[in-house]
Design a binder for this molecule. Structure first.
Ligand SMILES: [Fe+2]
Length: 292
C-alpha cells in the first residue's frame, strides 16, 4: 500500500516577516534561502526549502506538505482519498513548479487544514549553512513533526492511518478523558500527532530536531533572554524521549525545539500507553493550555 513517508515542507502565513526571520534564523538556526518583502523561504538541510513563510493579513499554518515516494504512489493515495469522500485537486505543472516539487495534489483534512501530498522536492546545489551552526535531523525521518488539535479524533485517525498509511506509535493520557495519538511514517517516533481538547483546533506545534544537545541549550539561553515567549519549559518527553522546549512563533502557534528523539523500528514496535507527557520539565506557562 502506498503511504506517506514523512513531513516534507510547511507553508506559513504571517503578518510579521521580520519577526519570523529573527525567530527562525537567529533562534532556531534555519537558513534564509530567499527573502523578498512578501516571502521568506527557509532551509534546514540539502533541500531547496523546508519552511515557506508568506506575508499575509492572517497568521497560521497554511499547508502541511507530506512526502510520498513517486507519481504512482501519489495517484494511488489520491484515488484512495477520493473513494473515501475527500475532494482532491491534482495540481498542474505550474503549481508543482511553484512548490519546487515534481508532483502535487491538495485536499483539506477534517478540520479544514490544507494538506498537500508531493513527491520529488528539489535539492539545492548550495550547501546548507545554518546561522547558528545547527544541524537538523531530517533525511529518512522527514523535516520534523506536527501536533494538531481536532474535534473529531476518529476522522483524523482514519485519514492518517487508513488512507495516508501512518502507523500507531503510542498514546499519552494527558488529562481526565483526554489522550493524544502519536503516529509514525518513518523511523522518527512520530511525524504526526493529534488530540481533542475543548475549544482547540488546528496545528498546535511544529517540531524541529537538531543533532546536538548544546544547540538546544544555547537556544534555550536565548529564549531566557527574551528571543521568544516560552510556551513550555525545557523538559523530556515520555514517549519519544525528546529533550526539548516550546516557544510561541510570531504567528501564534508553537515550535518545539529539541534533541535526542527516539527512533521506531517497525519490525519490533509495540504501541503502549503513557500516563504523562513528560518525565520532567515542559511546564506550561499558560495554565489553561493542555499538557501535551
Ligand atoms: Fe512535539
Amino acid at each position: 500500500m502506498a503511504e506517506v513517508i514523512g513531513l516534507g515542507y510547511v507553508i506559513v502565513e504571517a503578518r510579521d516577516l521580520g519577526a519570523w526571520r529573527a525567530f527562525a534564523c537567529d533562534l532556531l538556526g534555519l537558513e534564509p534561502a530567499v527573502e523578498t518583502p512578501g516571502r521568506l523561504l527557509l532551509r534546514m538541510d540539502s533541500k531547496a526549502y523546508r519552511v515557506d513563510i508568506r506575508h499575509s493579513d492572517t497568521d497560521g499554518v497554511a499547508v502541511l506538505g507530506w512526502e510520498v515516494r513517486g507519481p504512482r504512489e501519489l495517484e494511488e493515495i489520491a484515488a484512495r482519498l477520493e473513494s473515501d469522500g475527500y475532494s482532491v485537486k491534482r495540481a498542474d505543472e505550474d503549481a508543482a513548479r511553484a512548490r519546487q516539487v515534481s508532483g502535487l495534489v491538495e485536499f483539506d483534512d477534517p478540520t479544514g487544514q490544507r494538506l498537500e501530498l508531493f513527491w520529488g522536492l528539489t535539492e539545492s546545489k548550495e550547501r546548507f549553512v545554518s546561522p547558528t551552526g545547527a544541524r537538523f535531523v531530517t533525511g529518512a525521518g522527514g523535516m520534523g513533526h506536527v501536533f494538531q488539535f481536532t474535534a473529531d479524533g476518529a476522522a483524523q485517525g482514519r485519514l492518517y492511518q487508513e488512507l495516508l498509511g501512518f502507523r500507531l506509535s503510542d498514546f499519552i493520557d494527558f488529562g481526565p478523558g483526554l489522550s493524544g495519538t502519536f503516529l509514525h511514517a518513518n523511523e522518527r517516533h512520530h511525524s504526526f500527532a493529534f488530540a481533542s481538547f475543548p475549544g482547540l483546533s488546528g496545528v498546535g506545534h511544529l517540531m524541529f530536531e537538531v543533532d546536538e544537545l548544546d544547540l538546544v541549550g544555547r537556544a534555550w539561553d536565548k529564549v531566557q533572554d527574551g528571543a521568544a515567549p516560552v510556551a513550555a519549559t525545557f523538559g523530556k518527553h515520555t514517549n519519544d524521549e525528546m529533550l526539548s522546549f516550546y516557544v510561541k512563533t510570531p504567528s501564534g502557534f508553537q515550535v518545539e525545539y529539541g534533541y535526542g528523539g527516539k527512533l521506531v523500528d517497525d519490525t519490533n514496535w509495540a504501541p503502549v500507553r503513557y500516563s504523562a507527557t513528560s518525565y520532567w520539565g515542559h511546564r506550561r506557562t499558560d495554565p489553561d493550555e493542555p499538557d501535551v
